[in-house]
Design a protein around this ligand. Structure first.
Ligand code: ADP
Ligand code: MG
Length: 494
């Protein structure tokens, strides 16, 4: 069926089964009868089968991720996971003192934060932050324009500082922890070159350039006497910020628009580390979104991937992160709509629009507790112009969302297990009864309870009750700015 149906004239009152148009009403009644007698929807049934993630299979996924971790630690490009050295060799201890700054660039906003640290007893004495939206033209302009804008905003943020609240010691420059959440080849704790822009950024003349040098030049040009002491990504920032309050934090995971994970690794377990003194710890940025093996890839995943900006890459990210879950559901729904009459005769134009359904909408669908799934009906109608007028159809949609979210949450859980088992290999923490904390940030984890639960289940399934009982997954919202400021303190030149 390829009929396109633009916009229906009247919004049906979904749930109460009242319809405005006679013709559609007749059609819908017929469809309801049909779907009651045949509750089969082959597209959904097959999709559910293809998405299954039974425990033995997740065990293989966790093992495959851990193997790629080892391969990436042995040599650059050895596995799907890049296992980037972050040069963060010391984590916040709680003793940090002084005034430090964080600058966070990674999306449509950038954030500036000042943090007055008062040492072990006083901790964070004062902190201020400001969020500034980046005009779209700067996201696709030149590096001078972008960094000029950032430096200017940073200068006015510092100028507003209240002298009583924030104190810079004499003779010291203001030091910044710069969170730059794009793929970077780190060359030291305070330098790194941009590998490629993502997330809608395309600033000319930046790829292959040291991002810290770009910021330093812009600050100098404006007479702003500050220096970048640490360049980190948001996963590292989350780990460091969470570690400041809880010394058992070993992993930082981001589950938002995209996904990534960083963890504390023993240097002796990193063959590619050139340094002679391979003792102590360092943080590894796994870039786990790049994992692409043995995943439950369906035709819908393949089609979404083919249309993406990075086809063939980041397949794990495309199954588990917020940017994609809604889009997968939309693609399956489209085929359900084309091959059954659960949703009437017509295929709405909006249902064919990429990214018309977002992960937030799946969450709303799964939260619907009404008897007739009224909210499901309105989410579908409001966002896709899809008329799910019979209860059977709406139930199917709930099942579909659950299938995609369950697969995503469970696969993310397998990733967390891979990291925990890698940590366990060298430290034997959990088996000796030591609490081990995974710090989580990102709106997908924060706002999607079912996703969280599916993920948590996997820890018990794969680690077993005993080891899992030593693992705590902690939601640590917005600590990455504090983490970046702390890493500036840890790596201060003074
Ligand atoms: P970022 O990863 O860009 O820093 P966030 O952590 O805020 O940003 O994550 C944003 C993503 O989280 C959105 O792309 C969306 O997929 C998901 N998300 C936002 N709100 C919700 C919600 N209410 N329920 C489920 N997922 C959500
Ligand atoms: Mg974020």
């Amino acid at each position: 069926m390829s009929l396109m149906f633009a916009s229906p004239v009247v919004t049906p009152t979904v749930g109460s089964f009242t319809f405005s148009s006679r013709r559609r009403s007749n059609y819908i009644v017929m469809s309801a009868v049909r779907s009651n007698s045949t509750s089969l929807c082959p597209v959904l049934t097959k999709f559910q089968k293809d998405c299954a993630t039974p425990t033995p299979y997740l065990r293989e996924v966790a093992n495959a991720i851990a193997n790629d971790m080892r391969a990436g630690l042995a040599v650059d490009g050895g596995g799907d996971l890049e296992m980037i050295l972050t040069y963060v060799d010391a984590l916040p201890s709680g003793n940090e003192e002084g005034l430090f700054y964080a600058l966070d660039l990674g999306g449509t906003n950038f954030r500036v934060r000042s943090v007055q640290l008062g040492g072990r007893e006083e901790r964070v004495v004062a902190t201020e932050s400001e969020q500034i939206s980046i005009p779209h033209k700067l996201m696709v302009g030149t590096s001078e324009e972008l960094f000029g804008f950032i430096a200017t905003k940073l200068a006015s943020f510092v100028a507003k500082e209240k002298p009583g609240r924030f104190r810079l010691e004499q003779g010291k420059k203001r030091e910044i922890g710069f969170t730059f959440s794009f793929p970077v080849k780190q060359t030291s704790i305070d330098s790194g070159t941009l590998i490629k822009w993502t997330k809608g950024f395309n600033v000319s003349g930046m790829e292959g350039k040291n991002v810290v040098a770009c910021l330093n030049e812009a600050m100098e040009a404006r007479g702003l006497d500050m220096r970048v002491s640490a360049l980190v990504n948001d996963g590292v920032g989350t780990l460091a910020g969470a570690r400041y309050w809880d010394e058992d934090v070993m992993v930082g995971v981001i589950l938002g628009t995209g996904t990534n994970a960083c963890y504390v690794e023993q240097k002796h377990a990193i063959p590619k580390l050139q340094s002679k003194s391979s003792s102590g710890i360092t943080i590894i940025n796994t870039e786990w979104g790049g994992f692409s093996k043995i995943l439950p890839w369906t035709i819908f995943d393949r089609e979404m991937d083919e249309k993406s900006l990075n086809p063939g890459e980041h397949l794990y990210e495309k199954m588990i992160s917020g940017m994609y879950l809604g889009e997968i559901v939309r693609r399956v729904l489209l085929q359900m709509c084309e091959t059954t009459d659960l949703f009437g005769q017509f295929v709405p134009v909006k249902l064919s629009t990429p990214f018309a359904l977002r992960t937030e909408h799946l969450c709303k669908i799964q939260e619907d507790n009404t008897d007739d799934l009224q909210i499901v009906g309105s989410v579908l109608y409001d966002n896709l112009e899809l008329e799910a007028t019979n209860l059977e159809a709406r139930r199917r949609v709930v099942e579909l969302c659950d299938t995609v979210v369950k697969r995503g949450g469970r696969l993310a859980g397998a990733g967390v297990v891979a990291l925990l088992e890698k940590i366990e290999e060298d430290t034997k923490r959990m088996s000796s009864g030591k609490r081990t904390v995974v710090a989580m940030d990102g709106a997908l984890y924060e706002k999607y309870p079912q996703y969280r639960e599916y993920m948590q289940d996997v820890l018990v399934e794969l680690l077993g009750h005993k080891l899992a009982s030593y693992v705590a997954i902690k939601h640590t919202k917005d600590v990455s700015g504090l983490g970046a400021a702390l890493l500036a303190a840890t790596n201060s030149i003074y």
